[in-house]
Every structure is written in C-alpha cells, then in structure tokens.
Design a protein around this ligand. Structure first.
Ligand SMILES: Cc1cc2nc3c(=O)[nH]c(=O)nc-3n(C[C@H](O)[C@H](O)[C@H](O)COP(=O)(O)OP(=O)(O)OC[C@H]3O[C@@H](n4cnc5c(N)ncnc54)[C@H](O)[C@@H]3O)c2cc1C
Length: 559
C-alpha cells in the first residue's frame, strides 16, 4: 500500500465520492459568494451548535446573513470536552478527539482560531511511546510493530494486499493525492456498485491475502487492525465506508487539540472574521445572539407565506427564509415535529434508515502521568508502568493523556463501540470505572491505578442521550443510495417548491461519518445551497460545490 510519504501531494479528504476542494474554496480571497443587497441581514435558522452548525453559521454571517442558532443541549455537540471538577482545565474528550491531518477544511478553522495541536497517542505511534496489546490472556509490550511477533506483521501485510487486490488501492490514493478528478472518479465509481452491498468482514475474509492465513490472523486484525486499532466493531458496515477511511488517511497522522476539541466550534461562536459583508467589524455570532443560542427546536413547519416557522422548547415561534438542520436525522422524527411535506418520501426513507453506531467512553483524572515511571526491576525492566492498551477485554482501548508537568493526567480507561459500548449502557460511571479497573488489573497486576485517581470520573454513552441517539453513522451494505440522497439534498433546483429551503448537514449526511471533516464539508454544501436559495451566487473565480456538482457529483445507482 502506498503511504502519503510515497506521493508528492498529501492525502486529504478530497472525495472520493465528490472530489471537490473544500479547503481551497473556503480559503479563496473572493469568499464563498455574494447575495443580493436586499438579502443582507436576512435571518436563517441553524438547528444545532455542533461543528456543522457553527461552520455554517460563521460562513453565513460572513456573507452578510443573520444566522439564528438553536441548541437543545450543549454547544459544541459531539466535539464535547468535559472539564474535570477542579482539574485546572483538563478535559475528557467525550466525542471526537483525534483529527487526521487530511481533515484540511476542519484544520482551516483550527488554524484560524490559533489553536495548538499535538500528535495523538494512538497505538504503536511515537506519541504513545509504548503500546500494550493483550489478546486471549497474552500481554505483549511494543514501541512499534517490529517489537511484536511476526503474526502482527503478517496481518498488516495481508491488509495492505487485500486493499490492493480488492480496490486497486495505491492507484486510487495516488489519484486522490494528485487531485486527478477524472482518474479518481473513474476508479472510485467502479468500486461503488462492487462494494456497497458487501460488508467489511466479507472484504477481509474473502480476500486472497487473508484467505491464505489462519482465522487467528483475522481475529487479530479485528482487535488490533490498522491506524487507531479495534476495527471489528465495523465488520458489519458497508466496505465502501472503510475504503473511504483508509483512502483519505482518516486512520493515520492524527492530532489532538490541546485544551479540547470543543474549542473549535465554540471558538467560531466568538471569533470576529477579518472580512465580512454587511456587518460592522468585530461582529461575532455571540454578539448577533446577545450571548447565547436559542433553545432546542421542537417543530419545523411551512408557513402560509412560504417561510419556515420554527418553534423552540419554550413555545416561541419565528419565521425564516431558510433553515439548516444539523442534528442527527433520527431527531427529525423523535425530537422535532417536522412537517412531512418538507422532505420527499425518498428522503424520509434515507433519513430514517440512517444507522448509528454506539460508543462509550470512561475517563478518570489522575494525580500525575505516573504511567511514564520506568520499571526498574523484573521482566519488564526499562518499560514504562503502563502503555496505551488494546485488548479483547471489555475496556478495548485505553489511552493516556499527559497534560504537562503542572497538571493532572487523564486516562481514558475504556473507549468502546457497538456491543462493547452496550455492555456499559445501563451502568453508572462509578460501576464503569470499577469494571474497567478490574479488566486492567488482569493486564497490569502490579499497578494500582485506583490509588492515583483524583476527582470525579466522567463517562458517556452517546446512544443514551435523546439529543443524539447514537455516536455517529455507520452505513450498512446497501446504504449507498440513502447516503447519496442525503448528501445531494443541498442541490434543490429539481425539487418541487414545497421541498425547497430546508437543508441538512452534519455527520450523518457525510460520506465519512465519525470524522468531523465530513460534517464540515456537508455544512459548506449547505451554505452553497442556502446562498443559491436566497438568490445569491459564487464568484466566477471561486466556484462552489453546487456549481460543479452535476459534473463531478457522486455516481448514482439505480433505485
Ligand atoms: C464518540 C465519538 C468519537 C468521535 N471521534 C472522532 C474523531 O476522533 N475524529 C473525528 O474527526 N471525528 C470524530 N467523531 C465525529 C465528530 O465528533 C462528528 O462528526 C462531529 O462532531 C459532528 O458534528 P455535527 O455538527 O454534524 O453534529 P453534532 O455535533 O451532533 O451537532 C448537532 C447538534 O444539534 C443539537 N440538537 C439536537 N437536537 C436539537 C434540537 N431539537 N434543537 C436544536 N439543537 C439540537 C445537538 O445537541 C448537537 O449539539 C466522533 C464522534 C463521537 C460521538
């Protein structure tokens, strides 16, 4: 498999379904477009103050519109950095926490806000220092792949071969890196009908490379996998989804945001853009809202005058020329009374068939990064006290965060998905900590982790929160058409009048769910759609996603 280092251009989240350069579009000096003068100051409702909602609101403000943001829960959405009580600002990253360098549109905003990043301590990376892999009761310590038995290298090689044989991986990635749109589309469009109907597990099990090896190799791949590790939770997913992850480098070269990822969406709230139409210098979203977003939305209806009537938790109603919905799509049938005629039945099918994955995380704050203490005796002499840990026990992934010499450390005792997350669902945070400590005791019998815990632990189960109902989308085989309908929804010229003016964006509209870059890119699509809906257009020197969608949009499969 080719790596980014082998190609002259970096791997970015450039397609592959819709290879549009969002990063160039948002950085262009001509801006994202312009609106007729009479539209300046027009209010647009934005439902949800997560990354998609904030990016859209920020860009719409820059265009001279007045975004009105509604938030039912916490600003930041699934970029949620929960501070520990008394923890001097140290946080538990409950949602997105590791951001691949290929997320170039996301990092555009990170850089604009001047936030610091550092390499994320993923398994077998220098940032982790030491990785401990505990499978079937055998614990192995490693600084890199070379420290592990040959079976692990065989698994890595088999995965590279499977990608090459099943998807022509290196040619595809080269086209993506070089932003060679015709080549990329020709290669990717062939794969769509081939792999939409088939699972990730099918891809692995049927590949000649894995078929030539033992079942044990497949098992180890499921537990340790590639990049971030532990990919067996995704085995039932459509193989297309996994191909996108590896192709666009989502699984490698990841960074954390120092101080917490929530600073990105929340930072946009109080950031005054350098260039803005209509609004005086220094205007921010916070100022336009007198400080806080409006509360949660309970109803979206079409008013007799053609506008949208939005009702909030307190029964307040306001009318808007356009509305952007960024919350999980299931909430359009569980939290929000959304008039049925606003979407076609085909779109409702897609919105409701979206499938979410479950995820739980359990964190503790500790007095200091004691795991760095080097062992001075025994068989493990010279190794640190603990390492980043991947295991088949219920913790699955344990991550260690050193916040510097003057601050407490943080341990994510357990980061688990799907069945492993459901095991935690009914339990209190304290019970989750006990369960995790008990599992870790089997791996580190000589380390008393509990003796280092300070403050209150923190845990999350996204599927238990009525404002989310799941962590992120995980498309199943056969879901390509649903993804296509949702992703293309911002192209509304061919819609009947009754279905125009309401837009959707966010993680579950994206082709790369579980990666924030997808939420950002769909949000930018929606900005294009809203500008067009309100009679605006892009500058000819900076065509937007909708301008080129008919030429390079995602391939359509027949219904
Ligand atoms: C556990 C987990 C781990 C992840 N890891 C990574 C990672 O490592 N790297 C990465 O790049 N991405 C990761 N992601 C994905 C990333 O966090 C998401 O793609 C991104 O944050 C989604 O942003 P969004 O705006 O689409 O949705 P959200 O952040 O969900 O925003 C939608 C907002 O709508 C609000 N809302 C709901 N109902 C209403 C209502 N009725 N009225 C008003 N507001 C409402 C919600 O409260 C929420 O704030 C992870 C996500 C999770 C959950």
């Amino acid at each position: 498999m080719k790596t980014p280092l082998d190609t002259c251009a970096p791997v970015t989240l450039f397609g592959p379904d819709f290879p549009f350069a969002f990063d160039d579009w948002i950085a262009h000096p001509q801006g994202l477009g312009e609106l007729p003068p009479e539209r300046m100051g027009t209010e647009v409702a934005v439902v949800g103050a997560g990354m998609a909602g904030m990016v859209a609101a920020y860009e719409l403000m820059k265009l001279g519109l007045q975004p009105v943001v509604y938030e039912a829960s916490r600003m930041g959405g699934r970029l949620r950095s929960q501070p520990f009580e008394g923890g001097q600002g140290v946080v538990a990253e409950l949602g997105g926490m590791r951001f691949p360098a290929s997320s170039t549109a996301f990092f555009h905003y990170v850089n604009q806000l001047g936030l610091k990043t550092q390499p994320f301590p993923n398994p077998l990376t220098p940032a982790a220092g030491c990785t401990v892999i505990d499978l079937e009761g055998i614990t192995r310590w490693a600084r890199g792949l070379a420290d592990l038995p040959p079976l692990f290298q065989e698994v890595a090689d088999a995965w590279a071969s499977a990608l090459e044989a099943g998807a022509g991986f290196s040619g595809l990635q080269e086209a993506l890196c070089e932003r060679d749109v015709p080549r990329l589309k020709a290669l990717w469009n062939q794969l769509v009908p081939l792999w939409d109907d088939r699972t990730f597990y099918d891809f692995v099990a049927q590949s000649p490379a894995f078929a030539a090896l033992s079942f044990r190799h497949r098992e180890v791949f499921g537990q340790v996998g590639f990049g971030t590790g532990g990919w067996d939770s995704d085995f039932p997913n459509s193989m297309l989804e996994i191909l996108r992850v590896v192709l666009t480098g989502c699984d490698e070269n990841q960074h954390l945001i120092v101080g917490g990822a929530e600073q990105v969406p929340v930072g946009l709230w109080s950031h005054a853009p350098e260039q803005m139409r209509h609004w005086p210098a220094g205007t921010t979203l916070a100022r336009l809202h007198q400080g806080a977003p409006r509360s949660g939305v309970t109803a979206i209806q079409r008013a007799p005058n053609g506008q949208f009537t939005i009702t909030d938790t307190w029964g307040n109603t306001r009318q808007y020329a356009a509305v952007l919905v960024t919350c999980q799509s299931w909430l359009l049938t569980t939290q929000i009374a959304c008039e049925e005629t606003l979407f076609s039945q085909k779109h409702w099918m897609a919105l409701d068939r979206t499938r979410y994955m479950q995820s739980s995380k359990t964190f503790v704050m500790v007095d200091r990064p004691f795991w760095k203490d080097v062992r001075t005796q025994g068989a493990l002499e010279g190794w640190p006290t603990l390492g980043m840990t991947l295991t088949d026990r219920l913790t699955r992934g344990t991550y260690l965060f050193d916040n510097g010499p003057d601050k407490p450390g943080v341990i994510c005792l357990s980061y688990a998905w799907m069945g492993d997350a459901l095991k935690m669902l009914p339990h209190s945070t304290e019970k989750r900590v006990q369960l995790a400590l008990s599992a870790l005791r089997s791996i580190y019998p000589d380390v008393d982790i509990a003796s280092h815990i300070i403050g209150d632990p923190i845990s999350v189960s996204w599927e238990a929160d009525p404002h989310f109902l799941g962590a992120f989308k995980g498309a199943l085989p056969g879901h390509y058409r649903y993804n296509h309908r949702m992703y293309s929804h911002f192209m509304q010229d061919r819609f009947p009048e009754a279905e125009r003016g309401i837009f959707i964006a966010g993680d579950d509209v994206s082709w790369t769910p579980a990666w924030v870059e997808g939420a950002v890119q769909t949000s930018l699509n929606a900005v294009w759609g809203i500008v067009r809906h309100l009679g605006g257009r892009c500058h000819p020197a900076n065509p937007g996603p909708g301008t080129v969608f008919d030429q390079i949009g995602p391939v359509a499969l027949p219904d």
